[in-house]
Design a protein around this ligand. Structure first.
Ligand SMILES: C[S@@+](CC[C@H](N)C(=O)[O-])C[C@H]1O[C@@H](n2cnc3c(N)ncnc32)[C@H](O)[C@@H]1O
Length: 388
């Protein structure tokens, strides 16, 4: 298989010889508890991996992978296109080796990786959405390596869950001047993004890594998202959705009624996702489901904003900023019915846009700083037995 994707996010890492996804793991026990919580949401009990085979695509520097390693799979293969990240994986694995797991790192693009082996557990985290051009194709490549009966874990994102990031990226672009060097941009943006990360309990990303990965990388690139429903639809012929983080999959049916044509795990998961779209906007709020009409409008507004930021990035025309201003204001009007702090954050961002429109310095946006969506959602899937 050869890569059909012309330009990938991984190319940016390779070009700059970086792996800007370092996590602070100085408090390893707490870090592992967070990973355990994620696995719990996904239905992965601590003993699941012992003696099994595991494959990870895009481990970055391997900070998350050492938790998977601690669960003692018999064999663990890690595939990444970026040599700098893999060197960090090897260093970390040397330090945390458990004497049980046979591990192997493979330098390869996902699209080019090939083996006859099929694995009990395949994970690909924060890699597929925003792949240039074709995340669905990359998803299929990844899913192909799961054994029948095995477990797949992938991440999803959509314009609602990612709105806070999209606006943060836009702020980064409006704060700096396009002609600055990367180092100058990092220096100018650092105070603003440090404030944002400080306002987010639980964040363990380094500010410079965050800016390289989330802001600088997006000049002038833009990929496509891969939402929960896109992901489930893409895999429905071979897989059934099993768990999710956040854990929004609820099934009140009597198990004796779940068989044959009535199984419908995938369709139900899509319905639950669509009812909960608004809940992806701001991690601070947990709401009951809101009206379908409003979920649709919220998605439409977030979609418009994402598309307008891409257009602005191309030719920096002020009309796109004005359109974004209008959509963010409309979203704030909807949000104030359900979560005032979301509305306050959005209105704070409008203050920033107003400053940019009237050529004033970018203001200090404390209420916006606290705004963070449920950016990435995880799904686990079981591969059906009747598929090979
Ligand atoms: C954003 S980082 C995520 C790292 C880690 N999984 C995490 O969640 O922190 C994406 C990783 O996937 C790798 N990657 C992205 N696209 C890839 C591709 N098409 N083929 C191989 N590796 C890829 C990058 O090199 C990087 O290590």
């Amino acid at each position: 298989m050869t890569g059909i994707i012309s330009e990938r996010s991984v190319d940016f890492y390779i070009k700059h010889k970086i792996s800007p996804v370092t996590k602070n793991i100085s408090r390893l026990a707490i870090y592992f508890q967070k990973r355990e919580s994620l696995f719990r949401h996904l239905g992965i009990i601590p003993s699941f991996l012992a003696g099994k085979t595991a494959l990870e695509f895009g481990p970055g520097g391997g900070h998350n992978s050492i938790f998977t390693l601690s669960l003692k799979p018999a064999r663990y293969v890690l595939v990444d296109g970026n040599r700098t990240g893999l060197a960090s994986v090897e260093r970390l694995f040397d330090k945390h080796k458990n004497g049980v797991t046979q591990s192997e790192v493979v330098e390869s693009f996902i699209e080019d990786f090939s083996t006859e082996e099929r694995f009990d557990f395949v994970i690909c985290e924060n890699v597929i959405p925003l792949q240039q051009n074709n995340p669905a194709y990359v998803l299929r490549c990844v899913a192909d390596f799961v054994k029948p009966g095995g477990l797949l874990v992938v991440t999803c994102m959509d314009p609602v869950s990612f709105l806070a990031d999209v606006l943060g990226q836009l702020a980064g672009e409006l704060i700096v001047a396009p002609e600055m060097t990367i180092q100058e941009k990092l220096d100018v943006m650092r105070p603003f993004f440090q404030m944002n990360l400080d306002a987010l309990p639980g964040a363990n990303t380094l500010v410079d890594d965050f800016m390289m990965d989330s802001i600088i990388q997006h000049y002038p690139k833009d990929g496509k998202m891969q939402s929960i429903s896109d992901t489930i639809n893409e895999l429905s012929d071979l897989f059934d959705v099993y768990g999710s983080s956040p854990h929004f999959l609820i099934d009140w049916r009597w198990h004796k009624n779940i068989h044959g044509d009535h199984v419908n795990y995938n369709q139900r998961a899509i319905e639950l996702y669509e009812k909960n779209i608004y809940n992806l906007l701001d991690y601070r709020c947990i709401l009951t489901e809101i009206a379908e009409r409003e979920n649709t409008l919220v998605r439409k507004l977030c979609d418009n904003i994402f598309e307008a930021t891409k257009k602005f990035r191309k030719d920096r025309q002020l009309m796109y900023i004005e359109a974004i201003r209008s959509d963010v204001t409309q979203l704030a009007d909807i949000a104030c019915q359900y979560s005032q702090e979301t509305a306050d954050s959005l209105n704070d961002f409008v203050r920033g846009l107003d400053a940019f429109i009237s050529a004033k310095p970018w203001p200090w946006l404390e209420k916006f700083a606290a705004f963070c969506g449920r950016g990435t959602q995880y799904l686990s899937f079981i591969r059906r037995h009747d598929t090979t």
